[in-house]
Every structure is written in C-alpha cells, then in structure tokens.
Design a protein around this ligand. Sequence first.
Ligand code: PLP
Length: 385
Amino acid sequence: MRDYLNFNSYSFSDEEKRELMDTLDSGWITTGPKTKRFEEDFAKYVRSDHAIGVTSGTAALHLSIVGLGIEQGDEVITTPMTFVATINSILYASAKPVLADIDPDTMNIDPREIRKKITKRTKAIIPVHYAGQPCKMDEILAIAKENNLFVICDAAHAIETEYKGMKIGSMGNAACFSFHPIKNITTGEGGMVTTNESSLADRVRVIRLHGMDKTAWRRYEKGQFRHWDMEYLGFKYNMTDIQASLGIQQLKKIDDFWNKRKEYSDRYDSHFKGIKNIITLPPPGIGSKNAYDLYPIRVKTENLKMTRDEIIDAIQADNIGVGVHFRAVHLLSYYKRYFGAECEAFPNAEYASDRLISLPLYPKMTPGDIDYVADVVKKVVCKNQ
Ligand SMILES: Cc1ncc(COP(=O)(O)O)c(C=O)c1O
C-alpha cells in the first residue's frame, strides 16, 4: 500500500526559513516592519488600497463587521455553505446572521435568495467565494447599492480569485483573507483585511489592537515612547512579524502554487468527466479566475449503495486524507439551537452538505498522486452504484 497521502500540506523552503531567522535576529517579533511590508505586498497583489494584517481570517471578518458599525439589532445575510467562522463573527458583533440558499452548481450564495431575505434591519451581505470560485459580484453589488448595504467578502479561499478581471480583494467594502495552513499561502495562522476605504482601514487598524491609537505598537522602539490613547473598544488581533515573515515569502510563490493547483484540478476534472455519480465544480466564467483552494466533489448518494461517510471511510482505507467543506452551518448543533424552529430549509445547501468530499490538492503532490486519488474515488463510486 502507498504511504499515507495527507489531505493538505504547506510548502515552505529556504526562503521562508531565512526570512524567519532574519526576523528572530532583528530584535522585533511582534507587529512591525515585516507586517507593514507584507501588508503592502498583499495590497498590491489583490489590487486594493489598504491591507491590515491580523491573527486569522475569523479576526478579519470580526474586525470588518465591527469596523463598519454593524451591531445588535442588525441583520447580515450570508450562506449556509461555509465554515462556522463566517457566521460566528456575525454573532461576535451581536448582529443576527440570516441565511440565503446557494446555487446548486457553484455552491456560492444565490443572489436571488439574498433578495428574498432583505428586511429593514439588513445591514450587510457576506458572500463566501466557495473553494475559490467568485460569487456573482455584479448582482450582489447591485442588490447592496439598491438597499444601501455593505458587502464584506469572505475571501478565505479567494486570494487569487478574479471576477470579470477584478481581484476579489478589491471588491465590496472589505475582503477578509485567511492564512491558515490549509489555505493557498500560509503564515501558520493569520489573516488580512483589504479595503479601498481609508476610513475603514484606519478604524480596523485601531481596533485590531485594543482600540489604541494608530502607532502605539511602536512605543517600545528606541526613543519612541509616548503616551497612547484608547479611542474605541478593540480586540487583540494584530499580526506579528513572525507570521508576516512567512507571508512575505509565500506571497512571492503564490502564482507558481496556483499554476500547480490549476494543473491538478484540471487533471482531476478529466478523470471524473463522464463518471455518472460524481459532480465536479463548473469551469470559471469568462474573465473569472478560480483560486482552486479546494477540490470538492459531490457523490450522488441517491444512486449509490453507500453514504457519503462510508465512501470517505473507503477512500481513507486506501491511505488518502480527505475533508468535507462544508456541512451546512444550520445543521450543526449550536446553529440548530440558535435558529431553532425559525430555521427554514435550504435544499441546495442540504443536498451538497450530505454529498461533499474534498480531495487533496496542493503543490507538493505529484501528477501520480492525483491519478491515484482519482482512481481510488472512481473505483469506490463505480463499484457501489
Ligand atoms: C470560508 C471560510 N471563512 C473563514 C475562515 C476562517 O479563517 P481562519 O481559520 O484563518 O480564522 C475559513 C477557514 O477555514 C473559511 O474556510
């Protein structure tokens, strides 16, 4: 039997190690010059005016929501097909998450469903660019404009994503990125808020560090002590220079990583083409770019003798790591209790939720690994139809 193939693995080499050592030797390891450099490089990459480095994608979402003034009594529309962080961060701000069903093909939020959910209390829409595919931003931005709503992109999967030639990080009021180790580039843990609005950038910068005024982080530098003020109630979400060291070097490789994942994603697609009970993602629309953060398939269990979880067990038995992105949020225990009897059905999200399996997709894999995974998946599915 082959060695275990991890579901995911990051790619670090000498460049990351050198940058990290340089930071450790510099005498400054928390938010400082490396964070500033990573923010500038990242803003340039996603073509936004501002980027603010934070501790996670979750922190980026929380800070954007609070930074835009969303609070108790406000409603925020988002998708059930996401990681809990999207919805949790709405609750952290004491606002109310309102779910809208997904498009069955891309599994991105369906703009027609968003329209149905707008009330007098709606303040924002959080589209999640699922697996790196762009949401229908023209329609979402039009709905937001008509109804005076903010748009905060959950771009945890979408650093490289483009919609009609525009990078997601430059769309809407803010975009929130994650550098968790299973993301396209990693800083161990980490995140970024990008925005073209200077006032929002200023507010997020202040509330990412307790609400202390802007340059308080420099107070321990030589000759820099001065009294600081606390303007707002903020959080402890500042990115460190240790994280940023990894980010600076990872970002330089992002397009090479993307090329590999695209090649592998296309290779999986050709394996699964014409296989009856496996659904893959549609190709990106014209002018759009998928970040290929994940390779999710849906197994049509209605035609199979096995459940999705039994199929996962069979794939794992052949030494392959897999994931599920995602089980629809409203089906998890906490959110079942939270939405309670009020919770309606989201048929497209529920269909996907019971059938999704994410297959390994990362640059360190070889074409032979992709062929092996695809052959195992086809064998399991075809034997059980
Ligand atoms: C869609 C989505 N949003 C938000 C997050 C949160 O990112 P982090 O883990 O960096 O807090 C994730 C992380 O997996 C995610 O997949």
